[in-house]
Design a binder for this molecule. Structure first.
Ligand code: TXA
Ligand code: MG
Length: 352
């Protein structure tokens, strides 16, 4: 299959390119497109054949359903059985934006789209290209992150190309994504509502709207959870792991710097090549084979923005051990730490 590259201005998407992409969606094809979080791989959510192709292209396990993207709140009526009062509040406050809500689904939704579950994940993305594509397609668009299963989510069209060139119909290139980590997922099909995945919308913001929000243990987990505790298919699937061992060092920043210096020296003394993932403020402290910054520790949004790009690049560093600095689990920092802990396979050192 030839994958068509459609380059657009993200602020003012070129209508004929969006129309070309929308026609592909309407015919049951697959189009990768930018959102404010990461790139998604889109397919007509109401077309079972398109959804089958979607799972195949990503090599995604069939039991892990995608998020369905719509362009306006009224479009959820077709997809959900009912939207609780709390949902109205959240949709009003956070949509369009990086918040995915889980509802009881309606029977209009093909079983394949929700992987046989009786619930459905929905969001309105805050990105002109994504919204234009949904509107032109006149369909709800199912879109998981546009990476091959087991790879980090793509934050540029180039990442999508590396993983999916030749496997999908088109990629809309709208530049690098603004947020860089996936949306926050909140399950509203249970009471009290439960946060299943930390992401672009901070818990602190959600708590102002739903004071009794539960947090699934997976969100802050510092070790692998037993399978019977998982509440979302995404929690039990293999996630990205770099080729090199990755050690995550957590704690107060001075203690972290001291511990990383010690670890680096010890590994290098044994002849290992060491890479360090630092922050702008700390990188000058280290000696290693490669030192790279994840971003500004006083602006955790910058760390989130860079995270998956750096994760894609670490295999090219050619090191034996990667030592990464933890950042505070506040605001979007919680999403960053959740991803870093998984990437480290919970190989966590607490510095004191
Ligand atoms: O920011 C994002 O959310 C991006 C962009 C493209 O919108 N999408 C994304 O999709 O990250 P994906 O498929 O990579 O992650 C969706 C997560 C998975 O962990 C999946 O298991 C979970 O949402 N999910 C989907 N439907 C669900 C449901 N009915 N109940 C519980 N979890 C569900
Ligand atoms: Mg994903």
């Amino acid at each position: 299959m030839m994958t068509l590259m459609l380059k657009v201005d993200s602020e003012n998407p070129n209508l004929d390119k969006i129309q070309t992409a929308a026609a592909i969606i309407q015919k049951g094809g697959l189009v990768a497109f930018p959102t404010e979080t990461v790139y998604g791989l889109g397919a007509d959510a109401l077309n079972p054949a398109a959804i089958t192709a979607l799972y195949e292209a990503k090599k995604r396990p069939l039991d892990n359903p995608p998020i369905v993207h719509v362009a306006s709140v009224k479009e959820i009526d077709l997809l959900v059985e009912d939207a609780p009062q709390k949902a109205q509040l959240l949709m009003k406050k956070f949509w369009p934006g990086p918040l995915t809500l889980i509802f009881k689904r309606s029977n209009n939704v093909p079983s394949l789209t929700v992987a046989g579950l009786d619930t459905i994940a929905i969001r309105i993305p805050n990105h002109k290209v994504a919204l234009a594509l949904i509107r032109q397609s006149q369909r709800p668009i199912a879109a998981p992150s546009a990476n091959l299963a087991g790879k980090p989510s793509p934050t540029t069209a180039q990442h999508v190309y590396e993983d999916l060139n030749g496997r999908i119909d088109a990629i809309i290139d709208g530049g690098a994504t603004r947020i860089g980590v996936e949306s926050t997922v909140v399950d509203l099909s249970v009471d009290p509502p439960m946060l299943l995945r930390p992401g672009g919308t901070p818990i602190e913001e959600l708590r102002k709207c739903i004071c009794n929000l539960d947090i699934h243990p997976f969100v802050r987990a510092e070790q692998e959870l037993p399978l019977q505790q998982t509440r979302s298919p995404g929690m039990k699937h293999r996630h990205y792991a770099p080729k090199a061992e990755l050690i995550l060092v957590e704690g107060a920043v001075e203690a972290v710097v001291g511990e990383i210096k010690r670890l680096s020296k010890s590994y290098r003394g044994k002849g290992s090549k060491v890479g360090i993932l630092a922050t702008d403020q700390t990188q000058a402290n280290y000696e290693a084979d490669i030192v790279q910054s994840l971003g500004n520790r006083f602006n955790l949004a910058s760390v989130a923005q860079n995270l998956f790009r750096v994760m894609r690049d670490v295999d090219a560093l050619g090191v034996d051990v990667i030592i990464a600095e933890g950042v505070p689990s506040e605001g979007i920092g919680l999403a960053v730490m959740n991803r870093l802990r998984k990437v480290s396979a919970y190989n966590i050192v607490k510095a004191r």
